[in-house]
Design a protein around this ligand. Structure first.
Ligand code: NAP
Ligand code: ZN
Length: 353
């Protein structure tokens, strides 16, 4: 099997280091992709440090990366959707059972057998390796076409951050009649602001970082609330239809529940490593409010999101880094010092070897 340059964590307490992996020779329905860019998701950091425990025990060596943009370099003989030279994307999934009712409905992200993660899932060859690598081989059903012509590095984060926000916005019917909240202006949150704005919603951004207020408005927020200021929070009491919370650390959800109107919904997408404190039941029963969650999106919806973004000229705001800077990038992400997504230029990995 071909030897591929990559970066991997060898254990939970070690930084990423250069590593070599094997990829399968493409099967008849596979596509071989030269990776050009890979986004850096906060989930990559949770995963290499084995922070999700029994929900996703990390398999080492761990090669993260699930926001992949690349060029097709070979196709299996039964492939119909793509050809050599096409620009394509790969997100968080590379396989699913295809038989269960979520899969049949195009919601492979809720596959009853558990879908195959782009990295950290067992497969026939050991376990899967993600996009912090020069090359990947994926079944064509899990490959996305990319209509954007320029700025492809900034398209990469749509494959996870973009779909993770798009899917709940669509599922809970966000449109121009809705006042919605986005909590946290990070990789996911800034995509949420852009997407909800493009869907016509009135967007309120909740942030712990006063220095992000002006930029949040430039990204599409109608209002910005500093979430540590009770006065600013109370000004929105019982007024929002829908809130998506992207924060990766446990915090008091009551502060957000109380901002929802009757039948309002708080959707959690951030996945802290320990639970949020339980919210007060009164905050739910009094206005029939709900707390829900959402996990990425299906392949069909991911394609819909990519086409929506191409049509509305939406990409991520990014900082491009060379592969060797990944460990500093993680530290900066933890210090809330990224606007708003790191993307690795994978040519820098090829140049290293
Ligand atoms: P990120 O870029 O680090 O953004 C998180 C944001 O949360 C920060 O920018 C910051 O925004 C806010 N924040 C940070 N520390 C905080 C604190 N102590 N209290 C309150 N707010 C704080 O991370 P991301 O890549 O967007 O990922 C966010 C979470 O979503 C992670 O847990 C990730 O694993 C998860 N995730 C879930 C899915 C899914 O399908 N459900 C998919 C991808 C990622 P402000 O400065 O504006 O406050
Ligand atoms: Zn992700």
């Amino acid at each position: 099997m071909p030897q591929i340059a990559a970066y991997a964590a060898q254990s939970a307490d070690q930084p990423l280091v250069p590593h070599t992996i094997e990829r399968r020779t493409p099967n008849s329905k596979d596509i071989a992709i030269n990776i050009r860019y890979c986004g850096v998701c906060h989930s990559d950091l949770h995963m290499i440090r084995n922070e999700w425990g029994s929900w996703g025990e990390t398999l080492y060596p761990c090669v993260p990366g699930h926001e992949i943009i690349g060029t097709v370099v070979a196709v299996g003989k039964e492939v119909t959707k793509f050809g050599v030279g096409d620009t394509v994307g790969v997100g968080c999934m590379v396989d699913s059972c295809g038989q269960c009712s979520p899969c049949q409905a195009g919601e492979e992200n809720y596959c009853e057998q558990g879908f195959t993660l782009t990295y950290n899932s067992k497969d026939d060859y050991g376990h899967t390796f993600g996009g912090y690598s020069a090359h990947i081989v994926v079944d064509e059903q899990f490959v996305l076409s990319i209509a954007h012509k320029n700025n492809l590095a900034a398209v990469a984060p749509l494959l996870c951050a973009g779909i993770t926000m798009y899917s709940p916005l669509r599922h809970w019917n966000v449109d121009s009649t809705k006042k919605i909240g986005i909590v946290g202006l990070g990789g996911l949150g800034h995509m949420g602001v852009k997407l909800a704005h493009a869907m016509g919603a009135h967007v309120v951004l909740f942030t712990t970082s006063p220095n992000k207020a002006t930029e949040a408005k430039n990204l599409g927020a109608d209002e910005v609330v500093i979430s540590k200021d009770p006065g600013q929070m109370n000004a929105h009491a019982a007024s929002l239809d829908f809130i998506i919370n992207t924060v990766a650390v446990p915090h008091n959800l009551d502060n957000y529940l109380s901002l929802l109107k009757k039948d309002g919904i708080l959707c959690l997408v951030g996945i802290p490593t320990t639970p949020h404190p339980s919210s007060h039941v009164f905050n739910l029963v009094a206005k029939r409010r709900a707390i829900v969650g959402s996990l990425i999106g299906g392949i069909k919806e991911t394609q819909e999101m990519l086409d929506f973004c191409a049509k509305h000229n939406i990409v991520s705001d990014i900082e491009i880094i060379p592969m060797k800077d990944i460990n500093q990038a993680y530290e900066r992400m933890l210090n809330n010092d990224v606007k708003y997504r790191f993307v690795i230029d994978m040519q820098t990995l090829r140049d290293e070897r």
